[in-house]
Design a protein around this ligand. Structure first.
Ligand SMILES: *Cc1c(COP(=O)(O)O)cnc(C)c1O
Length: 383
């Protein structure tokens, strides 16, 4: 079985984890800081705060942005639910702006959705292809909005020669280390920023809102003393996970290079397909290829379920990314209506993410290409 994505763990990774298990600190030890420093050095940000998941990262990024009850957060419907749920965690309202044909938020449609309640914009670098951050930054500057990049797909991607995560065009960027992402810590996430103020808030929200720092405490009753100054959470990541993260991060260039090679092979095989279109980079973007989405053409769109099942039967554990967030029952119960973002709904009807991960062998790639061609030829005959 070939999945749409999976981790790549080698002996070095295993050794790094075992070493921590034998050490003094399983959590809140030196590996967390080391991972944060290496990560921020890699993406080019001043600060990084590692947490227990990408979802936790989005949540405390919204808290650090001071997103409050009744305020609004603009994001894309073509994403994992967590990109919008973080607004709900803060009693704020997610506002969905439709995508363009490439699966990314339509920057030109954002302004019409901005109200006096808008506080945050979360552009999602869907599949690893960056949103046009110049446009996002311009909109945010005019209205004094906070930009949090959902970069969970985009480790190793760049916009305008600037690595995603360096926050050149945003206030914070959020990454996930779930096993299907570029690097993994099992579960895990990180927020990068260049703002010292946001960095310090993120550290507090990660661990119960508790401070031991002389500068932030109202008094100091002794060496044991600490104060809780925000309602934070336990969103800490362990040293065990960070040791894995450090080892994985040392392999990031190889991971991204391999993903690009696989994408190249897919393009060469499928470029002129009558059955589906591939997404390509445009306008200063360089994708990190978290996903390789294919979009069925009009003729095959209503065969998606059948094609999907044939692929699964052939051993390709493909997936669809994504069901537009507001179509989920929880969102429908909040009053979001069908047809809110028609392009996203059409995109959803056509999309299949075919296997894409760094540990795919050349044989795996050929197998996927051949199977897909076979399946579409069969479908063609049946029409
Ligand atoms: C994976 C992912 C998340 C959530 O990350 P977790 O680590 O699974 O909590 C958020 N947004 C997007 C776009 C993702 O792909």
């Amino acid at each position: 079985m070939i999945p749409y994505g999976r981790q790549s763990i080698n002996e070095e990774d295993i050794k790094a984890v075992v070493e921590v298990l034998k050490s003094d600190y399983l959590t809140t030890g030196p590996k967390v800081k080391e991972f944060e420093e290496l990560f921020s050095r890699y993406v080019g940000s001043k600060y990084a705060v590692a947490v227990s998941s990408g979802t936790a990262a989005l949540h405390i990024a919204c808290l650090a942005a001071n997103l409050k009850k009744g305020e609004e957060l603009i994001t894309s419907p073509m994403t994992f639910a967590a990109s919008a749920n973080c607004a709900l965690y803060c009693d704020a309202k997610p506002i969905f702006v439709d995508i363009n044909k490439s699966g990314l938020i339509n920057e030109d449609a954002i302004e019409s959705k901005i109200s006096d309640k808008t506080k945050v914009i979360i552009p999602v670098h869907y599949s690893g292809r960056p949103v046009n951050m110049h446009k996002i930054q311009d909109i945010a500057k005019k209205r004094n909005l906070i930009v949090i990049e959902d970069a969970c797909h985009a480790l190793g991607a760049s916009f305008n020669k600037s690595l995603i995560g360096n926050c050149e065009f945003s206030d914070m960027s959020v990454f996930s280390f779930h096993p299907v992402k570029h690097i993994t810590t099992g579960e895990g996430g990180i927020i990068t920023t260049n703002s010292k103020k946001l960095y310090e808030k993120l550290l507090l929200f990660r661990t119960h809102g508790i401070t031991k720092s002389q500068n932030t405490m109202s008094k100091n009753e002794g060496p044991w003393f600490y104060e809780m100054i925000y309602l934070g959470f336990n969103y800490r990541i362990t040293d065990i996970q960070c040791a894995l993260g450090i080892s994985q991060l040392s392999r990031i260039d190889d991971f991204v290079t391999r993903r690009k090679e696989i994408a190249q092979e897919y393009y060469e095989a499928f470029n002129n397909s009558n059955y589906f279109n591939c997404l390509i980079d445009f306008d200063k973007q360089i994708s990190s290829y978290h996903l390789f989405p294919i979009l069925l053409t009009d003729k095959y769109k209503n065969k998606r379920k059948e094609i999907f099942q044939m692929m699964r039967n052939a051993g390709l554990w493909i997936q669809v990314h994504y069901i537009p967030v507001y179509l989920h029952p929880f969102y429908q119960n909040l009053g979001y209506q069908d047809n809110l973002c028609p392009i996203a709904e059409d995109f959803y009807q056509r999309e299949i993410s075919i296997p894409m991960y760094a540990s795919m062998s050349d044989i795996d790639v050929k197998f996927v290409i051949n199977k897909i061609q076979e399946i579409f030829e069969k479908i063609e005959k049946s029409i």
